[in-house]
Design a protein around this ligand. Structure first.
Ligand code: HEC
Length: 119
């Protein structure tokens, strides 16, 4: 009899928690600018995700870029710099100034929807 009580309690707790998580939604108040949308297209065209993660999803060769713009140690100027010149292992994509700005804008949009642990 005790077992059934434990099972019912666990099942109810799991059901309640799941319905809360799924009904919470993914809305955020940050609007994506036209520039950020173009940056997103470049992000996909250049396969940045193959080497970088955002929100924990993506490749592991490069650092997670979820909060690259809002991190105090990194930021927009640093990001644009590495985008324009590449790094030791980060390829130089020979991006135009506009493409680099659009990617920064896209990464800024992502940063706005996330919280950094290092800030
Ligand atoms: C072949 C794998 C690869 C691809 C593709 C790639 N990167 Fe990188 N990236 C790296 C690595 C590795 C680093 C770490 C620095 C280094 O070793 O050069 C890096 C560093 C960075 C950094 C600096 C982050 C930090 O915390 O220092 C940014 C910003 C960045 N990449 C953005 C991009 C964007 C945007 C794209 C797509 C246009 C891209 N990367 C595509 C491998 C890659």
């Amino acid at each position: 009899m005790k077992k059934i009580f434990v099972i019912i309690t666990l099942f109810s707790a799991y059901t309640l928690y799941s319905s809360w998580v799924y009904s919470y939604g993914t809305d955020c108040n940050v609007q994506m600018s036209a520039e950020a949308i173009r940056g997103k297209a470049t992000w996909h065209a250049k396969n940045c995700q193959n080497c970088h993660q955002v929100f924990g999803l993506g490749g592991y060769m490069g650092p997670d870029l979820t909060t690259v713009i809002t991190d105090k140690q990194r930021g927009a100027a640093y990001t644009k710099g590495i985008l324009m010149s590449g790094g030791n292992r980060m390829p130089n994509f020979h991006l135009s100034e506009a493409e680099a700005n659009e990617l920064v804008s896209y990464l800024d949009y992502i940063s706005q929807t996330a919280t950094s642990q290092s800030n």
